[in-house]
Design a binder for this molecule. Structure first.
Ligand code: NDP
Ligand code: GDR
Length: 347
């Protein structure tokens, strides 16, 4: 009989943690998911997925910045696989809180790597690396060996954790793998990130609950995929024969402006664009009403202008490929936000 696998998922209150826990539970894993002690814990994602009370899911309080609890967590869990998804993951905030971001997003993963090295070096470790490490465009499409040039404290912190994962693999033989994941979105995306901010605002505008959507840089181009498919990629990365680094992406890039147009279209509203840069506005093509405008307060001190990734290595070695188109993804996000806003749900 095959042994039941045990997995640790840090950051289960986040988008990817929730989807990954759902995936692993579906595969028969016993899953420990970590959340932070806060005054009001936020389990809405695992509630929405209906896994909060799953008999094979255990929720534990944990902070990635604490080495001693990292060691105890690894000692107590007898895990086969550890997926480190916890991070201060918002690029914008990383400019305001660079030190906290470095401690959580950069050094935090090393606490887990140390715990694994000390307690059980056989554990397979997944690090949530990011296309933000590519930063300033060096080549397109970006692949595993494209040079890194991060453009935010978040990107720099992730790059440190990425190289530490490589370093623990090469120094101690730990099965440490990195997924360099490009932006992936879903109805469970946090509302601070641009796609969900857009789909939630479009739903509110459609329902007469908001007048105007305000955004920052409309020219930024991103390679957006569906989060549910990307967590499947994370799992595949840890099932490989050898540890390694893999890009997960769609190989398609669109501007923020294109995503806005797409989201309004998904809600049955055609948008016309006028003006440029800070004066750009998006109008309802039927009524002429301004529905979108630029607010420079959402600009970042440094921007990643263009991301597009080629996942050919993951396709060849892991059999992973994205399936959902950006139009389909956008439609399912808008539909979810319309449903939520109709019943006054506001996460
Ligand atoms: P989220 O921001 O939705 O989730 C982040 C999780 O980390 C939350 O559960 C959060 O808990 C937790 N967390 C934050 N700080 C700590 C801490 N000090 N100790 C323990 N847990 C902490 O991110 P996503 O789900 O979107 O992303 C998952 C991972 O993948 C992140 O590491 C992110 O940087 C990375 N990534 C994401 C991409 C994307 O497009 N989504 C692309 C590439 C990489 P709380 O709820 O308490 O804040
Ligand atoms: P990103 O995602 O920075 O790529 O990081 P985000 O959705 O925050 O921004 C994408 C692009 O949109 C531009 N933008 C705005 N962004 C936000 N959040 N709000 C706005 O109003 C707005 N207007 C324009 C941004 O400037 C940017 O160019 C995400 C996170 O999930 C990271 O954790 C992850 O590593 C990367 O994706 C890959």
């Amino acid at each position: 009989m095959q042994k039941t696998k045990k997995a640790l998922v840090t950051g289960i209150t986040g988008q990817d943690g929730a989807y990954l826990a759902e995936l692993l539970l579906g595969k028969g894993y016993v899953v420990t998911g970590t959340y932070r002690r806060t005054s009001s814990v936020n389990f809405w994602r695992i509630e929405e997925l209906g896994i909060q009370n799953h008999p094979n899911l255990k929720l534990v309080e944990y902070d990635l910045t604490d080495l001693s609890s990292s060691i105890r967590l690894i000692q107590q869990g007898e895990f086969d696989e550890v997926y480190n998804l916890a991070a201060q993951s918002f690029v914008g905030v990383s400019f305001e809180q660079p030190i906290t971001t470095a401690e959580i997003t950069g050094v935090g993963p090393v606490n887990l790597l140390e715990a694994i090295r000390i307690v059980n070096p056989k554990i397979r470790f997944y690090q949530a690396s990011t296309s933000e490490m590519f930063g300033k465009v060096q080549a397109i499409p970006q692949v595993e060996d494209t040079p890194f040039y991060p453009r935010s404290p978040y990107g720099v912190a992730k790059l440190y954790a990425h190289w530490m994962t490589v370093n623990y693999r090469e120094s101690y033989g730990i099965f440490g793998s990195s997924g360099i994941l490009f932006n992936h979105e879903s109805p469970l995306r946090g509302r601070e990130f641009v796609t969900r901010k857009i789909t939630d605002s479009v739903a509110k505008i459609k329902l007469g609950k908001l007048d105007v959507l305000e955004l920052g840089n409309m020219d930024a181009k991103r390679d957006w995929g569906f989060a549910k498919e990307y967590v499947e990629g994370m799992w595949r990365i840890l099932q490989a024969d050898e540890p390694g680094t893999y890009v997960l992406a769609t190989n398609r890039t669109e501007t923020v402006r294109d995503f806005v147009t797409m989201a309004f279209k998904a809600a049955g509203i055609a948008i016309e664009w006028k003006g440029e840069a800070e004066n750009e506005t998006g109008h309802d093509a039927k009524t002429g009403k301004v529905l979108v405008r630029v607010n420079p307060k959402f600009y970042r001190p440094a921007e990643v202008e263009l991301l597009i990734g080629n996942p050919a290595k993951a396709t060849k070695e892991l059999g992973w490929a994205p399936k959902t188109t950006l139009e389909e993804l956008c439609q399912l996000m808008v539909d979810a936000d319309l449903r939520r806003n109709e019943i006054g749900f506001s996460f």
